[in-house]
Design a protein around this ligand. Sequence first.
Ligand code: M6R
Length: 390
Amino acid sequence: MVKTQDKLLNKPFFLKEINEQPKALANTLAQYLAPNFQLKMAKPPLDDQTIKKINKAYITACGTSYHAALTARYIIEELAQLPTVVEPASECGRHQLLVDESTLAVAVSQSGRSRDTLAAMELAKRRGAATLALVNEAPSPLSRLASGYLMTLAGKVDTLSSTKAFTSQTLVLGLMGLRLAQSRGLMREKWRDEIEKIGRLPELVRHALSYEDQVVAISERLMGFEHVFILASGPLLPMAFEGALKLKEVGKIHAEGYITGEFGHGPLAMVGPRTPVIMISFADDGDRSLDLAAEFKDRGAPLFLISEDGLNLDHNLARHSELFLPVPQAPSRMRAVVTIIHLQLMAYHLGRLKGLDVDNTGGLIRSAMANHVVAPEKTNGLVEPRLTSA
Ligand code: M6R
């Protein structure tokens, strides 16, 4: 049993920030919600006039912010019907970048200072894109560079391992998807319903935090292993990537996030009694998860299932798994954010059980955070980022 008293007395920043997420989300949401289910988001480049000129979105970021960016594709493509490309900022310009005046280019960064993210935004701006920054710190180099910026109100960030900024970024990107849909004349009937659902997010996350004891049980079991796979698909896939990043960074276990449907095309070879798998799978995910779970069982691999609370434990997926970590029931679009809470807590408990300093993980390269501006240089159609002094 996790002792609340112990946590309060001696709480590392990382755990504190995990627990601050309901507040961070509520504050962030409050800033964008207006009475009568309206959104306060119609400033350039999210004004009607600019949105009318846009026929695609390009979203870029680094690390955890990149994983938040990945979530935007699902919502923008589905609700706003805009083709959306998401890529790590360090890859921007290392291929033929199809960004122009008809592109909304969004750069996501907690600090507003990551070197590669600044370089990508600079490049998109030079190509004439409508540029938007999503930052937790403003003014910052990124908020100054873009033609407009949105903010997460995650509050002061004291640890370099991002949690509350990540879920707040995911929330704002979801709201941005709604705003794009609204301005494009879509979503008329479903609008109120979607806003109501999003309004429940802080409470759902608070509920997810109450499952900590079950997370501790899986973390203790993972202590005996050096590797773990995390599988997911669709809108939950970015959570597998982000969960794996946190498990590596804070829990110091080699973790790999993978697409469920791709796993049986080679990586399965790694799975056995020494290689556990965490599978994120909800009832509507289909047979693919089931087929894989049966394979894992045959190979003697421990399977830990993350799925919706209330899942029938006679369900084959639950029967194949050694431990089940329930996610509070949530509207499907909210599931991703609610699910990542478990993986953040798992990273924390792994670090704690290993006696590590979870606030000083050594996971970030200092030069990437340096306060530099970046001037991309064009060579043969490709762009090489170049550092200059700020
Ligand atoms: O400040 P940024 O969001 O631009 O930082 C980008 C990454 O360095 C950052 O998200 C990093 O991956 C996380 N802090 C790791 O938890």
